[in-house]
Design a protein around this ligand. Structure first.
Ligand SMILES: *[C@@H]1O[C@H](CO)[C@@H](O)[C@H](O)[C@H]1NC(C)=O
Ligand SMILES: *[C@@H]1O[C@H](CO)[C@@H](O)[C@H](O)[C@H]1NC(C)=O
Ligand SMILES: *[C@@H]1O[C@H](CO)[C@@H](O)[C@H](O)[C@H]1NC(C)=O
Length: 448
């Protein structure tokens, strides 16, 4: 009896074990994707439990809003036309009663000193600014080539996929930038941190600045990225608060190549915001509630095409970020007069007032994947000295003052952690105002 009992107990245990194994087998999906796109290895052996998949799916259901219409982009993106009032922004607890603005009551007064469109510089012959031609024709983002447009009253939103989330370290990290603040840094210089592998070549304003916005025209390249979890970006930062604190407010926009975020190596238009030094608040693009999109033709996070080529045609984009003095929303303008959307005033603490610093330039992540400095490129992959047509540039650097007027910024400092890897050189002329060339190849004999 006793033995039988024991036997029964044993077989019951065995059965339970088998059941568990079977269950574990059934609920475990093994992702083995062997996709190598443009030299990048996306191979991933990750065992994803159904629980994790469910959690990811729930998150995607929250951020991928029901589409009125869907547009398939030739680069594989899916663009959902989402009703304006259904966009992710309005899920933010602080925006429950937010009334979507169609446009700002006031736009910044343009700089009188420079008339950028009448510039006769030789360089201009080879330069296409997306504000003048493609934007009006409407074919400067990859998905525009589908030919279909989002209907009135909707905004185009790049759909996030399970793979997008799986490439991130965690669901929490998905859509977030890890720009750790270095506590040991000088308090009057911008956040430059080599410790966590982020490297910069940037221009920045003095710490006494009271800015209500910033603008620049940036040429677009497709820098190569060495490993999937590195990125290369070129952007404007509008900052307020302290780099030493946990409540730095930052609004950012520009173009970026981020295989982890997008699954490919194309340069894409992006936005970012945070109100707690890149910790829990904020995200890229529309990947969390916050940024309110108003434009029905521009998809944030969508690929830009064509891009600049070495000794060939240059393509640049103009980005303006400014605070509407009446309602306090921070707007994003594209080109000369196109509104993309805004970061509602409700989101911010320090930026509820004004910005204390503006930065322009490039940032890459250097993970030293094979024990050497990354070969991920910044900008065009060429150093500043190479100049027009070869090096990447930011031109017509401007800030918005308390009078809501744009003016050329004169008092800038430049900074690059290791000029053998990436560098920056700034200049001034009547045509481009304050401008700089920046970038580099990363790994080379001088940058081991
Ligand atoms: C990609 O990475 C996987 C896993 O690390 C490896 O087995 C595979 O050989 C790599 N493929 C290429 C083409 O480098
Ligand atoms: C445009 O998108 C639609 C909807 O996804 C798709 O059916 C169609 O094939 C796409 N057209 C082109 C030219 O890519
Ligand atoms: C302009 O582009 C053409 C090729 O499209 C090139 O041959 C020429 O050198 C470029 N000029 C400048 C000033 O970059």
């Amino acid at each position: 009896m006793g033995i039988v009992g024991k036997k029964r107990g044993f077989s019951a245990l065995l059965l339970l074990l088998l059941q568990h194994l079977l269950l574990a087998f059934l609920i475990t999906i093994v992702f083995q994707s062997f996709t190598v796109v443009s030299g990048l290895n996306y191979s991933d052996y990750r065992q994803v439990s159904s629980l994790r998949l469910q959690r990811i799916q729930r998150h995607l259901d929250k951020i991928n809003k029901p589409a009125v219409m869907t547009i398939q982009s030739p680069d594989g993106d899916i663009i959902d036309c989402v009703h304006k009032r259904k966009q992710p922004a309005l899920d933010h607890p602080l925006l429950k009663n937010h009334k979507i603005q169609k446009e700002p009551p006031e736009r910044p007064k343009l700089s009188k000193i420079l008339n950028q469109n009448e510039a006769k510089d030789e360089k201009k012959k080879n330069t296409t600014n997306y504000m003048n031609e493609q934007v009006l024709e409407g074919a400067w983002q990859m998905w525009h080539r589908n030919g279909t447009r989002c209907p009135k009253g909707t905004v185009p939103v790049r759909r996030s996929t399970v793979d997008d989330v799986l490439r991130a370290k965690s669901l929490f990290d998905f859509g977030k930038k890890k720009r750790k603040i270095d506590l040991a840094r000088r308090t009057d210089a911008p956040d430059v941190v080599s410790a966590n592998g982020h490297e910069h070549a940037i221009a920045y304003t003095g710490s006494s600045l009271e800015a209500y916005g910033a603008k620049a025209t940036i040429n677009v390249w497709d820098p190569s990225i060495q490993v999937v979890n590195e990125f290369s970006l070129s952007q404007i930062w509008v900052l307020s608060g302290s780099f030493d604190g946990s409540d730095l407010n930052s609004i950012e926009a520009g173009w970026q190549v981020s295989p982890e975020l997008y699954g490919d190596s194309r340069p894409r238009l992006f936005t970012y915001w945070t109100t707690d030094s890149y910790q829990a608040t904020g995200c890229y693009n529309l990947l969390c509630a916050g940024f309110v999109q108003t434009n029905s033709k521009i998809a944030i996070g969508a690929a830009i095409s064509p891009v600049s080529s070495y000794s060939g045609n240059q393509y640049d984009i103009s980005i303006l970020i400014w605070k509407d003095p009446r309602l306090g929303n921070w707007w994003m303008g594209f080109g000369e007069n196109i509104l993309v959307g805004y970061w509602p005033a409700e989101l911010f603490t320090h930026l509820a007032d004004h910005a204390t610093m503006v930065e322009w330039g490039g940032e890459v992540v250097n993970t030293r994947a094979n024990g050497k400095h990354t070969s991920t490129q910044m900008g065009s992959g060429h150093f500043a000295d190479d100049g027009f047509g070869k090096a990447s540039y930011f031109r017509n650097l401007e800030v918005v003052d308390s009078d809501n007027s744009l003016s050329s910024v004169h008092d800038i400092s430049i900074l690059a952690e290791n000029t053998n890897c990436y560098d920056i050189k700034s200049y001034y002329n009547n045509d481009w105002g304050t401008y700089f060339y920046y970038g580099g190849p990363g790994n080379n004999p001088q940058c081991p």
